[in-house]
Design a protein around this ligand. Sequence first.
Ligand code: SAM
Length: 306
Amino acid sequence: MSKPLPRLPSVRDLIKLYGLSAKSQLSQNFILDKNITDKIARCADINPAQAAVIEVGPGPGLLTRSLLDLGVQRMVVVEKDARFLPTLHQLADAAGGRLKVIHGDMLRVKHDQLLELLGQTPARSVDQDVRFHLVGNLPFSVATPLLAQWLNHLSQKSGIFANPDTSMTLMFQDEVAQRIVAPVATSPRGRLSIAAQSLCHTHIAYPLSASVFVPQPKVNAAVVGLTPLREPLLKVPFSQLEHVTRFLFSSRRKTLRRTIKNLDPQYLPLIDQCGIDANLRAQDLTTEEFNTFAEVLMQAKVPLPP
Ligand code: SAM
């Protein structure tokens, strides 16, 4: 068991000390209640002996402290805003080698760099006993592109997803969280639901009211847990599935038959070939049906829908 962190200034005091006012363009909404960050950290279901944790957007570092308090031995944080670096480096010093800090944009950070800082090189042969956890109170403005990028990595078993157990415990605005976990035939179901559920089990781990954030955003939030499926439903390149979902969800209120007829009728026989009822709307299809259609399209070698 690792030593507890030495006493550090409170995050509230650090924010005052460094004059860290929130920048809305970086989606900065902080959580300053350690009971809440402790609970988010517990949602990640971390076994400290095996875990290598990557936290995105640590800001002043309260969730980082909660993760370290669990006894995590290997952790990297990626923060875009340089104003937080002094407080994060102070925390890294206190954590005695357990925490590394990257100043950068998570959309651009190379996974090889993350792996190296977590003591895992080369990327293609990561230690299968290490369990990677991607955790973060994500910047709402880039949360969806980040998730799409990670799902793409997961589909290729690349980077930090080379290990099939890599889990994600991520905060999204509630509306996005509901889309990720949406079951068949519900209104939030859409492209993001299919992309996530083709590769992962998804669940809402912790709903949070907007009032727990400083400054308070206009919308509530939720922590979503995503754990890779042992047998992914996705059998085609991720980009092919994305193309198919964009096509079929292009007119949400119309039946598939109407959508397809309007866009390109040559796909109608292929829908029938998959045993999919063309009188349904896209949101009524199962994740398996989307994946079957994507596969049939690929095998038929017809050009992808526009
Ligand atoms: N983890 C802190 C908390 O819970 O209080 C801060 C969360 S705040 C919602 C999002 C954080 O992500 C901010 O610190 C922001 O500067 C950072 N951020 C924004 N865009 C980023 C990006 N592309 N890559 C890495 N960090 C980013």
